[in-house]
Design a protein around this ligand. Structure first.
Ligand SMILES: [Zn+2]
Length: 382
């Protein structure tokens, strides 16, 4: 098994990875500064970019939940086995116009890169942030019945470093299948009632976006984002060994609709090269944020935690695959270390709770299921 070395990273590397906010300007990517290894070399001949895979040219391979339609399967796959020392880090939301990133295992290193005009001091979500989100949610849900089933139309944007694709259509389909299995409770936990329908895979050749999707987030998303509040835009590019993905929260949508979506590292897809993080659960985790979930370790042992009753408090993120863990002994329940919204290795995370499922449906009703979204559902070719 590959050893991890992500717990000790230099300030320079954190800066380079965008974990500590340089605002402005943003620095080069971590990969470009030698802080993290470059992408895994492909052991097999990579897939060439063909006309069928050009941006916008790939037809809508329409998929219902659990269905695998024709038209989105390619031929090339992954090169598993790259040694990676990754930490699951991602942007998190707690205000309207910012996003934050945190590196697991390196302490409370939290940063923000702001889309709005006013830079703010980096900080973690505080109890009042969670309380504010909860209060607004309750307000918006007055008189509203959340849906029992949610089918999320999903647009996948593959960012390619060059004319050679890093990710096959087959790998994308495997990621969608993993999402649907995880959200159905197929690996453990509850069936959340959320499913993902792959409507389109498009490929964009752009080396800078591929290697630094954080620094180019606004340009990339502004150019590629499709659909409304209820459409999942899933961008697949290369982040770093320290940051596997980042997401926007539902209540950000109104303030920055074009920036809505989820960005994940291509090596985290099922069978990918990111050791310990290659079962596709980075996507599951980040999309959990997109659907309105906080981390299970939010606010540690302190009220209101993550704002969900059936996820026991935990003082800090879970690392790797511990046998057992109870970091908030004054509170009932051991740490929810197998929850998708914690930071365990992929092989040790397998569940959402009933409370998280309910929260996702509430968030959907409050922020994503607008009439415009409902009317746009049958439209696949925007
Ligand atoms: Zn997260």
């Amino acid at each position: 098994m590959a050893a991890r070395r992500a717990t000790a990273v230099s300030l320079a590397c954190l800066l380079a990875a965008g974990v500590i906010p340089p605002f402005p300007p943003r620095p080069a990517s971590a990969a470009a500064t030698g802080c993290a290894p470059e992408a895994a070399p492909l052991a097999h001949p990579p897939m060439a970019l063909t006309a069928a895979h050009a941006p916008g040219m790939h037809g809508p391979g329409l998929h219902g939940p659990g269905m695998h339609g024709a038209g989105v399967h390619g031929s090339a796959g992954y090169t598993p086995g790259m040694r990676a020392s990754a930490a699951r880090t991602e942007a998190r939301a707690f205000e309207t116009h910012g996003s934050a990133a945190r590196t697991r295992g390196s302490g409370p290193v939290v940063s923000e890169h702001w889309h709005g005009p006013v830079p703010r001091r980096p900080r973690s979500p505080r109890p009042e942030d969670v309380a504010k989100v909860m209060a607004e949610l309750r307000e918006r849900l007055a008189g509203v019945t959340p849906p029992s089933q949610i089918i999320v139309p999903t647009r996948v944007h593959l960012i390619s470093r060059g004319a050679v694709r890093q990710v096959s259509d087959q790998a994308v389909q495997a990621q969608i299948d993993t999402l649907n299995a995880a959200y159905a409770g197929g690996f453990g936990g509850v069936d959340t009632g959320v499913r993902f329908r792959l409507d389109r895979i498009s490929v964009k050749e752009h080396a800078a976006w591929f290697t630094d999707p954080i620094g180019h987030e606004k340009a990339m998303k502004s150019a590629l984002h499709e659909g409304g509040a209820g459409t999942l835009n899933l961008y697949i590019a290369q982040l770093s060994e320290l940051m596997l993905g980042f997401a926007s929260y539902p209540y950000w949508y109104a303030g920055a609709p074009a920036l809505d979506g989820v960005v994940i590292d291509w090596r985290t897809l099922p069978g990918g090269a990111m050791s310990d993080y290659n079962k596709g659960f980075t996507g599951v985790h980040e999309i959990g944020h997109w659907l309105g979930l906080f981390h299970t370790f939010e606010n540690g042992c302190e009220e209101p935690g993550d704002g969900i009753d059936d996820t026991p408090r935990e003082a800090k993120p879970t690392e790797a695959c511990p046998q057992d863990k109870d970091t908030c002994v004054a509170h009932a329940g051991k740490d929810p270390m197998h929850n998708y919204m914690d930071y365990a290795h992929d092989r040790c995370m397998w569940e959402f709770t009933p409370g998280q499922a309910t929260r996702m449906h509430e968030m959907w009703a409050a922020y994503r299921e607008t009439p415009a979204v409902l009317y746009s559902l049958p439209i696949y070719d925007m």
